[in-house]
Design a protein around this ligand. Structure first.
Ligand code: ADP
Length: 405
């Protein structure tokens, strides 16, 4: 099936066009600066050079029209007519408690997404805009929503409830949801394939380390705990986000600095984490360069970042009652030899033995041959999961609607 995968943000849309039989992306691109001056569409056809188109892209509908335009174009296109797009799959950030898997988008699903806006005020509105735009432009094309939260929905109450009055969970749905689910699902399943054992027999810790960072405890193929919580702010320290805190310190800082709710939110989401500690950058490459340069605050940032990951590996080994594999993914997890080495240092007591040469060579398995716990470096591919889920759900729907002879 030919599936267009969309990841709609407030001012950008990332897209990939897949052939799900070949499991291959035929084209991909990004529309950036939607609704601003100087909006740009960057498009790349498989095995071809990247091109850029600058235009007036006022909203998500116009952006998707641009994407279709370039996909249909003579020189850079991949389809001859719109109908060749058999389905559209959307990355949707927050499915709340309603969705434990991907779903065909209907009016009812859109209503639930709208109800969940309060839980993800920055992310769900652009996701809904993308869905509505496709409805306008490709009214007959089925759409599927794949949720960042879905993989974690079956976490047990002891992992998802906070130690606050239970009524607040009932009243406002305040609980831990977790995010990056599609990535944790993909890399844990891929790890099981690489190791050559059924996922049901494995206890895996997955670490998605990008600009946003989270880890998951994946036992028998299920996420039983994860580091992000009610919002993507909890857990590890990230490029600009604080991660776990003593909640009282927020009240203390607000009173000391006279901050409003919004300002406090900005402090924790945009000015904390690697950038806040180092004062240098939110980008791990720049932190590593500053560490080489012996800059003290960058060293703190690197140490806090890796120490937190190490602590969660221990915590999740305890939560699962054992550990068979640790998987590193995301821009940092896939590329930083230093982060992987520091996280896995002095972890032999848990059965983790890193092979330095394999780590430096960026090998898929970088633990020593006799290491009880396998260490894996697996590039994530959330878009492929979205395309495959979309194709599966749409094929099932089409089977149901085949008229009997
Ligand atoms: P996003 O979460 O936005 O998808 P990515 O997964 O691309 O982001 O990860 C971005 C992070 O990956 C940045 O901190 C960047 O510095 C880091 N990164 C990318 N390449 C390297 C590298 N070679 N070494 C260390 N960090 C890297």
């Amino acid at each position: 099936m030919k599936v267009l995968v969309l990841n709609c943000g407030s001012s950008s849309i990332k897209y990939q066009f897949f052939d799900t039989v070949e499991k291959k992306a035929l084209a991909k691109g990004l529309v950036d600066r939607i609704g601003m001056t100087g909006a740009v569409l960057t498009h790349k056809r498989f095995n071809d050079d990247e091109i850029k188109i600058v235009g007036e892209i006022l909203d998500h509908t116009v952006a998707i029209e641009y994407v279709l335009g370039v996909m249909l174009s003579k020189n850079h296109g991949v389809i001859d007519k719109k109908e060749e797009i058999e389905a559209v799959g959307h990355r949707v950030v927050h499915g709340g408690e309603s969705f434990s898997g991907s779903v065909l988008i209907s009016e009812e699903v859109i209503n639930v997404l709208q109800e969940n806006i309060e839980l993800a005020p920055l992310h769900n509105p652009p996701n809904i805009k993308g869905i509505m735009a496709v409805k306008r432009i490709l009214p007959d094309t089925p759409q599927v929503g794949v949720f960042d939260t879905a993989f974690h929905v079956k976490m047990p109450p002891k992992a998802f409830l906070y130690g606050i009055p239970y009524e607040l969970y009932k009243k406002y749905k305040i609980r831990r949801y977790g995010f990056h689910g599609t990535s944790h699902l993909f890399v844990s399943q891929t790890a099981a394939e690489i190791i050559g054992k059924p996922i049901e027999d494995l206890k895996i810790v997955t670490a998605h380390l990008g600009n946003g960072c989270s880890m998951a405890a994946v036992k028998s193929g299920q996420s039983i705990d994860t580091t992000m919580g009610f919002t993507p702010l909890e857990g590890l320290i990230m490029g600009t986000r604080s991660g776990d805190l003593d909640p009282s310190l927020i009240l203390y800082i607000m009173s000391k600095e006279g901050l409003s709710l919004n300002e406090a939110g900005t402090l924790l989401n945009k000015h904390s984490g690697l950038i806040g500690i180092s004062g240098e950058s939110s980008d791990m490459r720049e932190i590593l360069a500053a560490v080489k340069d012996n800059q003290r605050r960058a060293i703190y940032a690197f140490e806090i970042f890796t120490y937190k990951i190490k602590k969660y590996i221990g915590a999740y080994a305890a939560a699962m009652g054992g550990l068979d594999a640790v998987v590193f993914t995301g821009g940092i997890g896939e590329n930083s030899v230093e982060v992987r080495a520091e996280v896995c240092k002095e972890m032999e007591f848990l059965g983790i033995e890193l092979d330095e040469a394999k780590n430096e060579a960026k090998m898929e398995i970088f633990s020593k041959d006799n290491s009880k716990v396998k260490l894996l470096r697996i590039p994530t591919n959330e878009e492929l999961v979205i395309a495959m889920d979309t194709s599966k759900i749409v094929s099932e729907m089409q089977k149901e609607f085949v008229p009997a002879n």
